[in-house]
Structures are given as structure tokens and as C-alpha cells.
Design a protein around this ligand. Structure first.
Ligand code: SAM
Length: 470
């Protein structure tokens, strides 16, 4: 029985409920009256259930699909304005004891070079990232209790936060490491992490077990219940994701929304972010052998439907996707993108001689190029990390976001962090367009008081002050 409040993975991700939802969608996906009812509810901008969302995803009526896409764009604008947050992944170690069949870090892969950064090497990577202008990282590591124990991860976080190079600083470290114990999540919380990110890969239990034949990750319940342990340990913000291509995308959409419903029901707050990775070619991985790959149009519709179903959840797209796909995805709901990413261990300092990468990157542009591209499209690239540092996290953050009050903080913070970036790291061309956008954005601030404060802070930034925030 589907029970969103249950502690058991197989009850809050209920297989039969998913199958029934798929059947219901098969029967009703092109019923205009039902779709209209769902769209009416969606316009209230309070989200949709997994069942309603699947109907929108499956709907084939052209006029209704146009409405779905334009509503997604509208919701994106209402909650997030034109701000896009930038981040970069930092790969610490590719040692791994799991057998994930889609990932080149699987333990049987003998020709990938295994590498684990020392604290000194992490320092160098972080300086390289700071010199690009990054303020926000997502650390990544394989699962290996001997090579990458929690102490190694904690030491690495400490190192990352401690480095202050020129005007650089990493102000938020998000963590993407394998499911672990409550005790370890408590340690991560104490270390001051931002979001704990863990991709479910697939919500389909049987497929999950086949795709993870060996290692601790084989345990579906332990993996699926990880966010519960993280939140019980006090981690406020968690990030979900499925790896598209592994199972039927319709099953996954229902699964991830059930997961969000579960976190909301149990903890009063849904996921902070949802990522939308698709399987990519990698060292010994050929994505074509996976039967459930999705085309760009389906992928973009998933993003639009997620935007409508969970309006308060940030959505992340990585450099797994091309510039063209990222551009369309940004309109439909994405709020965070990576830029200038390297997916290899040590890749920011050294040109790769031997392969340590997790997957091939599609968007190879530098952070400066990505920033300029965003500016040219009318977005404000944001390097803001203020919410988490001022304690606007978890349900507190969601309350502000739900009231659409987030603009009062986010717009000024985005402007100020962009200004820091322009002064410290941008190329001449990026600076030129960036300064113009900042001027226009300041004009848009409706509160006179706030506008004056922002103008004052911009002057302070020009005279060398950093890290101003609301
Ligand atoms: N080892 C940790 C875990 O098991 O969750 C950390 C995650 S791993 C460094 C980051 C994510 O990359 C995985 O969760 C997976 O979804 C994704 N990934 C793995 N192989 C991939 C591939 N070939 N193409 C695209 N994404 C991949």
C-alpha cells in the first residue's frame, strides 16, 4: 500500500501505485477535461501529485502541451526570476567498490586510472576553481570505505572551506557521496555542508538491483531511505535525481515525485533540488546499450512537468548536456547549472594524461563563456550562497520561496555576487555586458530602500569589499 509517511522504501515508493498511475495515465492522457482540471490546479503554483504530473507528461494533445510548456516557463519566472546559480563539481576520488553497470568507476574496470586527491592536491584544485570565479562546489567521490572513508571526505571539506586565495572563497560545499549512516550524516552536517545530493539512479527496484549487482549500493532500501537518515541527522537540504536511461522515464517521474511527497509528508519539507542527469559515454560505458534512453524532446518535457509539479524545488542540469539542450532547459525550469566542469580527478589543475573521468562532458565551455552566454540571453548568473549561510534552509527556505518573497533576497544577492565575479574574474567582453545587465537589474528593484542599499554595496565591492549579502 502506498504510504508517503512510511519509513520503508517499498511503501513510500510503492511499485503497484506506480503501475496503477501509469495505467491511469494510459487511459486518460488525452482527455482534455481531465488535463484542463490539472492545468487549473497547476496554475495555483502549489504543485501537483505524482498522478497528475504523469498525465501531463504523457499528454499528446498539441494545444495542451503548449499550455504545459508555457506554464512551466511562467512558474520558473515567478519563483526564480531570471537568476541562474552557477557551480562546479569537484571529483575527489574515483576509487569505488560498487559494481554500477553504467558508471566507469565500477570496481571491475581495470583500465581506468584510480586516483584520490591528497589534501594538498585538493588545495590546488580549489585555487584553480576560485581563479575561475566559482563560489559553490559539489564534491563527488566513489564509494570505498578504505580509500574514501568519511574522515577523508570531512578533511576535504575542511580544506576546501579553509582556502582563501586572492578574493576567492568557496562558500558552499554540496556533497554527492554514497548513502551512509546517520552518524556520518551528522558529521557532514557539522562540517557545514550545503545540500546532500544522492541520485536514486532508478526507482524501479528490480532494475536497481540488476544495475547495482555488487557492493553496498546493491541494497535498494538502504539507498532509497538515505535521505530520511540524512534529514534525521539534521541535514536541511537534500537533492534527488534519477539517471535517465536506466528505466522507463514514466516510472521514474512517478517515483521521484513520490519521493518528494514522502519527504514533505515526513519532514514537512520536500527536496531542495532535483537533478536531471542522462547517461553519457564514459571510459568503458556505451550509453547505447541501455534501452531506456530518452530523446531531447521527452527530456525537456520531463523538466517542464517537474517544474510544474514541484515549483519550490531548484532544478540542476550539468555539462552532461549540450549548450543547445541547456538553453531550452533553462527556459523550462532549470535554476542551477555547472560551468567549466571537469569530471576527472584532478582535472582542474592538470591536463588529462590518463583517463580518470566519470563521463564525457558535452558542454566544454569555460565558466567565463557560460557566464557571458547567460548574460546575453537575459539571465543573471548568480554566485550567491547567502540563504544557507544565513540559515534560510530546509522548511525556512521553502516558506520564503512559497510566498515568492525569495526575490527580495535573491535579486540583490545575485547582482552583488555577479559584480564580484565581474570585478575579479571576468573577461573584458563579459564584464561589459555584465555591467549593463547589473544597471538594468538595479532599476528593476521596486523598493527604494533596497535599491539604495544595493547601489551602496556595489560601491563597496568596487572599493574592494567582498561577501556582502542580504
Ligand atoms: N558514488 C556516489 C554514489 O554512488 O551516489 C557518488 C555519485 S557519482 C560520483 C555521481 C552520479 O553520476 C551518479 O549518481 C550517477 O547518477 C552519475 N553517473 C554515473 N555514471 C554516469 C554516466 N556514465 N553518465 C552520466 N552520469 C553518470
Amino acid at each position: 500500500m502506498y504510504n508517503p509517511k512510511s519509513d520503508k522504501a517499498e511503501e513510500f515508493i510503492d511499485h503497484n501505485e506506480i503501475l496503477n498511475t501509469i495505467k491511469y495515465a494510459d487511459e486518460n492522457k488525452n482527455n482534455p477535461d481531465i488535463i484542463d482540471e490539472i492545468l487549473k490546479k497547476a496554475r495555483l503554483k502549489k504543485g501537483l501529485s505524482h498522478k497528475e504530473a504523469l498525465l501531463l507528461l504523457d499528454c499528446e494533445l498539441e494545444d495542451k502541451n503548449k499550455e504545459i510548456f508555457s506554464l512551466a516557463e511562467q512558474i520558473k519566472k515567478d519563483f526564480y526570476g531570471n537568476r541562474i546559480v552557477l557551480f562546479a563539481p569537484l571529483y575527489l576520488s574515483n576509487y569505488c567498490v560498487n559494481g554500477c553497470v553504467y558508471c566507469p568507476y565500477h570496481f571491475k574496470n581495470k583500465h581506468i586510472l584510480r586516483k584520490k586527491l591528497t589534501q594538498d592536491e585538493i588545495k590546488k584544485e580549489v585555487i584553480a576553481l576560485q581563479d575561475m570565479g566559482h563560489k559553490r562546489l559539489a564534491i563527488e567521490a566513489g564509494e570505498d570505505p578504505v580509500n574514501n572513508p568519511i574522515e577523508y571526505i570531512l578533511d576535504s571539506i575542511k580544506t576546501i572551506y579553509s582556502i582563501k586565495h586572492k578574493n576567492g572563497a568557496i562558500r558552499r560545499v554540496n556533497v554527492n557521496i554514497a548513502a551512509t549512516t546517520i552518524e556520518n550524516y551528522k558529521k557532514l552536517k557539522e562540517a557545514g555542508i550545503g545540500t546532500y545530493i544522492l541520485f536514486q539512479e532508478t526507482y524501479h527496484k528490480e532494475n536497481y538491483e540488476n544495475l547495482h549487482p555488487k557492493g553496498p549500493k546493491h541494497n535498494y532500501a538502504y539507498h532509497t531511505e538515505a535521505m530520511d537518515r540524512a534529514m534525521e541527522a539534521g541535514i536541511d537540504d537534500v537533492g534527488l535525481g534519477v539517471l535517465y536511461g536506466l528505466s522507463l522515464y514514466r516510472y521514474e517521474l512517478v517515483g521521484i515525485l513520490m519521493h518528494a511527497e514522502h519527504l514533505e509528508a515526513k519532514f514537512g519539507v520536500g527536496p531542495h533540488t532535483i537533478s536531471v542527469p542522462r547517461i553519457k559515454r564514459a571510459d568503458d560505458i556505451n550509453p547505447d546499450v541501455f534501452d531506456n534512453g530518452i530523446d531531447d524532446e521527452t527530456f525537456l518535457k520531463i523538466i517542464a512537468v517537474l517544474r510544474i509539479a514541484v515549483p519550490y524545488t531548484g532544478m540542476i542540469i550539468s555539462t552532461r548536456e549540450s549548450k543547445e539542450v541547456r538553453k531550452r532547459a533553462l527556459h523550462l525550469g532549470i535554476t542551477q547549472i555547472s560551468g567549466g566542469s571537469k569530471t576527472s580527478v584532478g582535472g582542474y589543475v592538470e591536463e588529462e594524461k590518463e583517463n580518470t573521468a566519470q563521463f564525457d562532458v558535452s558542454d566544454l565551455r569555460s565558466l567565463d563563456e557560460v557566464t557571458r552566454w547567460l548574460l546575453e540571453m537575459g539571465y543573471i548568473p548568480s554566485f550567491c550562497t547567502a540563504c544557507y549561510r544565513l540559515g534560510r534552509v530546509g522548511s525556512g527556505f521553502m516558506k520564503v520561496c512559497k510566498k515568492e518573497e525569495i526575490h527580495n533576497f535573491c535579486a540583490p544577492n545575485a547582482i552583488m555576487t555577479l559584480k564580484e565575479y565581474l570585478n575579479d574574474y571576468a573577461s573584458k567582453e563579459t564584464k561589459e555586458i555584465g555591467e549593463k545587465v547589473i544597471k538594468e537589474e538595479i532599476e528593476q528593484i521596486t523598493s527604494q530602500n533596497l535599491k539604495e542599499k544595493v547601489i551602496e554595496n556595489i560601491k563597496e565591492i568596487n572599493s574592494g569589499k567582498r561577501d556582502l549579502r542580504f
